[in-house]
Design a protein around this ligand. Sequence first.
Ligand code: G3P
Length: 223
Amino acid sequence: MKLFLDTAEIEEIRTVHSWGVLDGVTTNPTLFAKTSGMTYDEVLKLICGITSGPVSAEVVADDVDGMVKEGRHFAKIADNIYVKVPMSENGLAAMSRFRAEGIRTNCTLIFTANQGLLAAKAGASLLSPFVGRLDDINEDGMQVIRELAEIIRFFDIDSEVLTASVRHPRHVTEAALNGSHIATLPFKVFQQMVHHPLTDKGIVQFKKDWETARAAMPAAKKS
Ligand code: G3P
């Protein structure tokens, strides 16, 4: 299973990349708005310089020609750019045009397996159901992951399910168990996945015991 970082913060991307576990990055206008001092193009160039995995850049136009124009522009920034297009009638038309041009896409704002199926048929490489936002309104986000992943595998469709709107580490485990090919995580969730109280306590205890043993050794034996 691949793990992406859901952020436009360069330092977060550098950190997770340095852990050797970063497979790609997803950005959106909300995440870009949290950065400061750079244009979206500059942020995307920096991200593509850190990871060679897929980097999603989201269009904001509502009309097909506008989406296509923005997406063509993003696709020129780097080879690993995936144009992120919202699920809509115009979004489907834009994705099918991107497919014809060989530009890879990530369909965002998916909330049902049917929407995912349509996006796959329009040629989206990545299908992004938002599990957290479904859970927020008392629906079962993971059910969409389960259904869509099964449909993709049943018909051997050339698209990957990307679990988005991840709120906590349990979402990652459940996405993996339900066959999601990818999950995109906020930096905080990556950190939460690393830590466990018993792990952190164990590290402190091992160090303490090592120092106690070393202090008891004759000076000549200390290396
Ligand atoms: O990539 C977009 C998606 O992950 C949004 O998450 O937390 O705004 O629902 P959230």
